[in-house]
Design a protein around this ligand. Structure first.
Ligand code: CP
Length: 303
């Protein structure tokens, strides 16, 4: 996608790679406008009565609430569907679901336990499909992360963000969209938890990653897709990568702490960092609303 809104209509947002730098910058600028003008009703009516399906195959607090509120604030109708209550659970194909939903709604937002499901849905649907988290990607989170970095530092290009811990969907999306924005993203993970090479600078040394960084970022050690056997092993392997006060001391004096939430204070992040003065975590959570409203404005065709 480019910065020209006419080229953004009827496109899906699955990995974040759909946006180029101009498009991403335009989206973040619009997200900030929507945030600043929220009390005056900025964006009201932008969806012009469009309906947006919100399909959740997995639990969510932030994503579900922010999309539901965001669609309503833009003058659209959110249609929340829980995966286990859909015929998908009884064997209806993803493609047929996409074809049918496209007859009702103007966009589909989906959180799925499978990347293939979201790909199949985007291929079959005739309306934009937005990835609201899969095992590999969480691009809506990265939009809010970049908006948060932009409002804290005034620009994105040249910032250094160190992600420490599990090289998971949040790390991958931060790396993909950070690279598009001109942010230097370094990901520190132990062997077995690394991102694939080529999308970010990778290291197994959290201290080297943190040195002089503008932001330190972490996420839970046991994601939804990792629950079950092996959770204790994951906690042990990832323990040296905790986002702690000591790690913050290595970062730049202006550095902020980031986490996409939900957090487990005492595991991947200390309580002092999570709730401390340098935490930008709550702004990240709020910015899910504004960034996703900007995304919906760009993607959803006017009715
Ligand atoms: N960060 C995030 O996606 O939160 P939820 O799982 O609560 O939606």
């Amino acid at each position: 996608m480019t910065g020209d809104p006419r080229e953004l209509a009827a496109r899906s947002f699955v990995t974040g790679e759909e946006l180029d730098r101009a498009g991403l910058e335009a989206l973040i600028a619009r997200a900030s406008e929507l945030k600043d003008g929220r009390s005056e009703g900025a964006g009201r009516g932008a969806l012009g009565g469009a309906s947006v399906a919100l399909i959740f195959e997995q639990p969510s607090t932030r994503t579900r609430a922010s999309f539901e509120v965001g669609v309503a604030e833009l003058g659209g109708t959110p249609v929340v569907l829980r995966g286990e209550e859909m015929q998908l659970r009884r064997g209806e194909s993803v493609a047929d679901t996409g074809r049918v939903m496209s007859r009702y709604v103007h966009a589909i937002v989906i959180r799925s336990e499978s990347d293939e499901t979201v790909d199949e849905l985007a291929d079959a649907a005739h309306v934009p499909v937005v990835n609201a988290l899969t095992p590999r990607h969480h691009p809506c989170q990265a939009l809010a992360d970049l908006q948060t970095l932009h409002e804290r530092f005034g620009s994105l290009q040249g910032l250094r963000v160190a992600y420490v811990g599990d090289g998971n969907n949040c790390a991958r999306s931060l790396a993909i969209l950070g690279r598009t924005a001109g942010v230097e993203v370094v990901v520190a993970s132990p062997e077995g938890y690394r991102l694939e090479s080529g999308i970010a600078e990778l290291t197994d040394d959290p201290h080297a990653a943190a040195r002089d960084a503008d932001a330190l970022y972490t996420d839970v050690w046991v994601s939804m897709s990792d629950e079950g056997e092996g959770a204790d092993r994951r906690r042990a392997d990832l323990a040296p990568f905790q986002l702690s006060e000591k790690l913050m001391d290595l970062a730049s004096e202006r550095a902020i702490a980031m986490h996409c939430l939900p957090a487990h204070p005492g595991e991947e992040i200390t309580e002092g960092v999570l709730y401390g003065d340098r935490s930008a975590v709550w702004d990240q959570a709020e910015n899910r609303l504004h960034a996703q409203k900007a995304l919906l404005e760009l993607l959803v065709p006017r009715t």
